[in-house]
Ligand binder design. Structure first.
Ligand code: SF4
Ligand code: ZN
Length: 706
C-alpha cells in the first residue's frame, strides 16, 4: 500500500511538473513564501536549492530512486519520504503563479520561518509539550473536535489536514496559531507543511547541514515531539505519507483496525476514540503537567493568545478608565495566611448589553524562607501569562497600566474574581513553590481603596524596583548566569545572561536567571562567578570561557560578551532580532522577527537569521533580544550602539526612547534614533548611505568595522 501510494504521487508530481514547465518555462521561479530554506524537504535531504521549475526534473529522479518497490520495511519508509518530496513539489507548484493560494481556503498552507522561530521558547520550556497532526475525516465530527479540544487543553500544538478542519469548525473548536490549532489545508499533500516545520526546526535550531539525511532523521526523531492521528479509512496516499512520518520518527495512530499490519511504536491502531489522546501522548512519551484547579472555565496555555473584543466583553478593568495595579510583594511569615483569597469591593456581575467597568488592585503577598525581593518582579510578570490561560479572560499590560477583559461567555459560566485569585495562587505555588511557602491574594475593586493602594503601596514598590534595575550593571554584580534551555533544540547553544545583556529570546533577564538558579537547582541556569578578566572591552573572562566550554560540551570554548565580530555569543534560533554587519555603512543593521520586508543588507529577517543559529558562532551575525539594542553593552567592543545604522521602524518605536537616552549618555548625541535609517526612509544601499551622510551618522567616522 505504501508503494502504491508513493507511485501514485510520483506520477502525479511528474505530470504536474511537466505541465508547469510547458506552461511557464524552465526559468520560472518557484518558492514558498517567507523562508530561507527553499523547498525545505528537498533542501534538507539533498542539499539542492530549488529555485526554478527547471530544477525540478532532477528532484523527480531522486524521488523515483527512493521508490524501490522492494519488500522491506526500511525501503518502504524511504518510499514514504518520496511521497513527502512529491507532496512538497505539488504544494510548491500552487505558489508559482499565486502569492496566496490558500487565501480563500480553510487552511494556512506554508508556515513561515518566523513562526517556527517564535515556537522555539514554548517548545523548550514544555509550554507546548508536543505537536499533533490530525489527518482525514472522522466518522463523527464531534469526536474529532473533542480530541482536538483535549490536545488544546493540554497545550499541544495541533495541525489539521483534510475534512477534520471542517469537522472541527462545525463543533466550535477555536482555531488559529494563537489557539494552537492550525488548519493546514484540504488536500492530503498539505501535510507537507507540518513536515517542513519539523525539518526546518532541524536546520534552524539543530545546525543540521543540508544534505545530511541521516542526521536530519535522527534529529526529528529525537527532538521534535510530534505524532500523527489519522481518521477514517486509509487510502494508499495517506498510508505512504504516514510512512514518511514514521521515517521522520513520528508515530502514526490510526483509528481503523490495522490488524497484523501494525508496527509497535510506529504504527498502531486505536479504534476507541476515548483512548486516542492518551495512547498518542504515551507513544511519544509526552508528559502533561497541568493540574486541576477549581474554577468554572477552561484554562490552558493554548488560550494565551485569545482576544476578547469589545462586543464580547462583560467586565473590563482598565487603567484608562479606573485606577488599576498588580503587585507581588514579600511579607513576613506571620503576615501571610496561605491560600487566603479575598475580594474587596464589587464582584463581576452579568450585565446584558453593557460593559461593567471596575477598578482593580491585584495584591499578591508572599512569604518564603528562600524568597528574595528580586524575585517579586519575576513572579509578577507571569500574572499576564497565567490570567491569559483562562478561557474568556484577556490580560494586557503590567504594573499600574493594565487592561483585563472578561468575556460574557466566561461570566455566564460563573466566573468570579475569586477564580482569578485561585488560578494565580495555584500557578504561583506550582512554579515558584521552591521559594514561595505561603501566598495570599487580595483583589480590590473599590475605587478609593484601589487608588490608595496604588499611591501608597504599588507606585513606591515599582519605583524602588526600577532603581534597583538601573543600578544593576555588568560591573556592579559579581555573578553572571548561563541559560541552556534551548539545548533541547540547539544542542550546543548556551546563552550568557548579564544585567545588561538578556537572553536572545528576550524572555530571560539576569533577574530571571538568578531566580531560576534558586527555583530549579539542576535547571537550565548556572551561576558564573565573574573571574579572570581577559579583556574588559570585549567582555572576555576565563570563568565564562570555562563554563561555556562545559555547557556546550566543548563546541564553543571562548566567547566575547560584547562583540559581534570576535567570538560573538552563539545563537540558537529563537532570537527576537538579528543584527548583521553592513560594511558599506561601517555599521550594523538590526531586523526583528516580525518584519517581513527587505533590509539594506539585501536580506530579509529569515535570510539573515539563516546565516547563524544552531549554537554556532558566526562573526558578523548575531541573534539578540530587543532590549539589548538599548544596552550600553550592545556591540560595545565595536564602539557600542552608535554602530546601528539601520533598524526597523517597529524596533525604533519599541526601544527608541531608551536608546536615545543611552546615546546621549555615551556620545552626547540628542535623538540618536533620528540618525538611524529605517524601511520607511530607505532600504537601498545607496539611499541608506545618502541618508546617513546627510544626518552625519557617527558610524561613518568610526574606525573600520571590518
Ligand atoms: Fe534559549 Fe537563551 Fe532564551 Fe535560554 S536565554 S531560553 S538558551 S534563547
Ligand atoms: Zn532559543
Amino acid at each position: 500500500m505504501i508503494y502504491s501510494g508513493s507511485n501514485a504521487v510520483a506520477v502525479l508530481t511528474e505530470n504536474a511538473v511537466k505541465s508547469a514547465i510547458e506552461k511557464d518555462g524552465e526559468e520560472k521561479k518557484i518558492a514558498f513564501p517567507d523562508t530561507a530554506y527553499f523547498l525545505p524537504t528537498i533542501y534538507a535531504a539533498t542539499g539542492v536549492k530549488v529555485a526554478t521549475l527547471g530544477d525540478l526534473p532532477a528532484c523527480l529522479e531522486v524521488l523515483k530512486s527512493l521508490i524501490t518497490n522492494k519488500d522491506d520495511l526500511g525501503e518502504a519508509l524511504n518510499a514514504g519520504l518520496a511521497t513527502a518530496v512529491g507532496a512538497e513539489i505539488l504544494e510548491a507548484l500552487k505558489y508559482v503563479n499565486n502569492d496566496d493560494p490558500y487565501g480563500n481556503e480553510k487552511g494556512i498552507g506554508f508556515v513561515p520561518d518566523s513562526i517556527i522561530r517564535s515556537l522555539g521558547v514554548p517548545l523548550v520550556t514544555g509550554d507546548i509539550p508536543g505537536v499533533a497532526v490530525l489527518i482525514g475525516k472522522a466518522e463523527d465530527a464531534e469526536t474529532v473536535a473533542g480530541i482536538i479540544k483535549d490536545y488544546q487543553s493540554k497545550g499541544l500544538l495541533s495541525f489539521l489536514v483534510g475534512d477534520v478542519i471542517e469537522q472541527a469548525a462545525e463543533n466550535g473548536v477555536k482555531m488559529g496559531l494563537e489557539f494552537r490549532v492550525v488548519p493546514l489545508g484540504q488536500d492530503v499533500t498539505a501535510v507537507i507543511h507540518v513536515v517542513t516545520v519539523a525539518i526546518r526546526t532541524a536546520l534552524i535550531f539543530g545546525n543540521i547541514q543540508a544534505g545530511d539525511l541521516k542526521a536530519l532523521l535522527e534529529y526529528t526523531k529525537e527532538r521534535v515531539p510530534a505524532f500523527v492521528n489519522t481518521f477514517g479509512e486509509l487510502d494508499s496516499v495517506v498510508v505512504s505519507a504516514g510512512a514518511g512520518a514514521i521515517a521522520l520518527g513520528f508515530p502514526v495512530i490510526a483509528d481503523v483496525d490495522l490488524g497484523e499490519n501494525q508496527v509497535p511504536g510506529a504504527l498502531e491502531s486505536v479504534t476507541d476514540h476515548s483512548q486516542t489522546v492518551g495512547c498518542s501522548l504515551e507513544l511519544r512519551n509526552i508528559k502533561i503537567k497541568m493540574k486541576e484547579i477549581p474554577i468554572p472555565v477552561s484554562y490552558a496555555s493554548a488560550f494565551e493568545g485569545e482576544i476578547i473584543r469589545k462586543g464580547e466583553t462583560n467586565t473590563e478593568m482598565a487603567s484608562n478608565r479606573n485606577p488599576t495595579c498588580e503587585l507581588v510583594i514579600s511579607r513576613k511569615a506571620e503576615e501571610v495566611e496561605d491560600h487566603r483569597i479575598v475580594v474587596d469591593g464589587p464582584d463581576i456581575e452579568e450585565i446584558p448589553d453593557e460593559i461593567q467597568y471596575l477598578p482593580l488592585a491585584n495584591i499578591i503577598e508572599v512569604y518564603g524562607a528562600k524568597m528574595q525581593p528580586d524575585f517579586e518582579a519575576v513572579i509578577e510578570r507571569k500574572i499576564h501569562t497565567w490570567l491569559n490561560y483562562l478561557e474568556g479572560v484577556m490580560h494586557t499590560g503590567q504594573r499600574n497600566l493594565l487592561r483585563v477583559r472578561i468575556s460574557r461567555e466566561a461570566v455566564s459560566k460563573g466566573l468570579k474574581l475569586k477564580h482569578l485569585g485561585e488560578m494565580l495562587y495555584h500557578m504561583i505555588l506550582d512554579e515558584f513553590g521552591s521559594v514561595v511557602d505561603k501566598c495570599q491574594i487580595t483583589l480590590v475593586t473599590d475605587g478609593q481603596k484601589v487608588q490608595k493602594l496604588l499611591d501608597e503601596l504599588a507606585m513606591p514598590a515599582y519605583k524602588a524596583r526600577d532603581e534597583r534595575i538601573t543600578s544593576l550593571t555588568d560591573e556592579s554584580v559579581d555573578t553572571y548566569y548561563t541559560c541552556i534551555l534551548c539545548q533541547s533544540f540547539a544542542p550546543s547553544h548556551c546563552c550568557i545572561v548579564t544585567p545588561e545583556r538578556l537572553g536572545l529570546c528576550g524572555a530571560v533577564s539576569w533577574l530571571d536567571a538568578k531566580a531560576t538558579v534558586e527555583l530549579t537547582p539542576n535547571g537550565p541556569s548556572r551561576p558564573i562567578p565573574k573571574e579572570g578578566l581577559i579583556d574588559e572591552k570585549y567582555g572576555k573572562y576565563e570563568s565564562v570561557n570555562k563554563i561555556i566550554k562545559q555547557e556546550t560540551h566543548g563546541a564553543v570554548d571562548e566567547i566575547a560578551l560584547y562583540s559581534i565580530l570576535e567570538q560573538p555569543m552563539t545563537s540558537c534560533g529563537c532570537f527576537e532580532c538579528i543584527c548583521g554587519i553592513m560594511p558599506e555603512a561601517n555599521g550594523v543593521v538590526i531586523v526583528n522577527r516580525e518584519f517581513k520586508g527587505m533590509s539594506p543588507s539585501g536580506m530579509t529577517f529569515g535570510e539573515l537569521a539563516s546565516m547563524t543559529g544552531g549554537g554556532v558562532q558566526t562573526p558578523g551575525f548575531m541573534g539578540h533580544g530587543r532590549q539589548y539594542i538599548s544596552s550600553k553593552k550592545f556591540a560595545a567592543a565595536e564602539g557600542g550602539p552608535a554602530r546601528i545604522v539601520w533598524m526597523t521602524k517597529e524596533l525604533k518605536d519599541d526601544v527608541g526612547e531608551k536608546l536615545n537616552k543611552v546615546a546621549k549618555e555615551l556620545y552626547g548625541i540628542d535623538n540618536f534614533t533620528d540618525m538611524i535609517c529605517d524601511e520607511t526612509i530607505a532600504t537601498d544601499v545607496d539611499e541608506v548611505m545618502n541618508f546617513l551622510n546627510e544626518k552625519g551618522h557617527p558610524a561613518l567616522s568610526m574606525p573600520e568595522i571590518m
